[in-house]
Design a protein around this ligand. Structure first.
Ligand code: ATP
Length: 235
């Protein structure tokens, strides 16, 4: 049987500049996959190519066997791939609850995620649901961004740099929600510059450098040296 999300030979360009070179990845149901790599490795481009925001110039992306790479971004969302973008991109003048409800516009059937279940996942959001998103701390805003993405009941949740700019204790609090999300039936891909965090939460880790996957494996099988070389390159 094919993987839930299957990426084959994916390439992407910005004009003449090639940002992705034949990326192959497979995400299984119930799995958390982490993609690590330094600044500029191509991680965000990969997320944007999967979600239809960046144009794919070659290769394929399929969800449960259905090709996504020729669909427009809103159709990819409706097909079941939802993203938490880098920088969160909340609607600042809307309340927490209004931001969450925006995610429900792309809602697919009657899935697991409802406002009540999101508030159980992140109880602080229930307390602050009538406040504008900007009144929240960075970590709480990240919870809103995750909640908004979950409200479409996706098969796959893509998270871009969740930990950027957040304190370690806050990062741990956010990642503590992952087992519940995974158990709800949503497979997860996280992009992280924070290697330690990625190794802790992922079933599979892939390292990217200069638009290519340079190392893949389960966290317990990857040595520090191998990760270091794949992340920074061997000089
Ligand atoms: P970061 O951690 O900084 O987000 P990243 O691994 O996500 O890094 P990308 O943002 O995907 O990397 O960038 C990959 C390459 O593509 C980089 O060389 C970057 O300069 C280039 N790039 C990204 N966005 C654009 C764009 N809009 N136009 C031209 N080049 C771009």
């Amino acid at each position: 049987m094919s993987a839930l999300l299957e990426i084959r030979g994916l390439t992407a360009h910005y004009g003449d500049f090639q940002a992705l070179f034949g990326v192959d990845l497979a995400l299984e149901r119930g799995e958390v996959m982490a993609i690590i790599g330094a600044n500029g490795a191509g991680k965000t481009t990969l997320m944007r190519a999967i979600t239809g925001i960046a144009r794919v110039s070659g290769g394929s992306v399929a969800l449960a066997g259905r090709r996504l790479d020729r669909l427009a971004a809103p159709d990819i969302l409706r097909a079941g791939v939802s993203m938490v973008p880098e920088g969160r991109r909340l609607f600042p003048s809307l309340t927490v609850e209004e931001n969450l409800l925006i995610g429900a516009h792309a809602r697919r059937g009657s899935g697991f995620w409802t406002l009540a279940r999101l508030y159980d996942l992140f109880p602080i959001l229930r307390e602050r649901r009538q406040q504008p998103a900007t009144a929240l701390s960075g970590g709480q805003q990240q919870m809103v961004a995750i909640g908004r993405a979950l409200m479409s009941n996706p098969d796959v949740l893509l998270c871009d740099e969740l930990s950027l700019g957040l304190a370690p204790v806050v990062i741990r609090e956010i990642y503590a929600a992952f087992p519940t999300i995974r158990d709800s039936g949503t497979a997860i891909t996280v992009v992280e510059q924070d290697i330690g965090q990625a190794l802790k939460i992922a079933d599979h880790v892939h390292c990217m450098m200069e638009g290519r996957i340079t190392l893949s494996g389960r966290p317990d099988t990857l040595s520090r040296d191998a990760i270091h070389n794949a992340y920074f390159g061997v000089h």
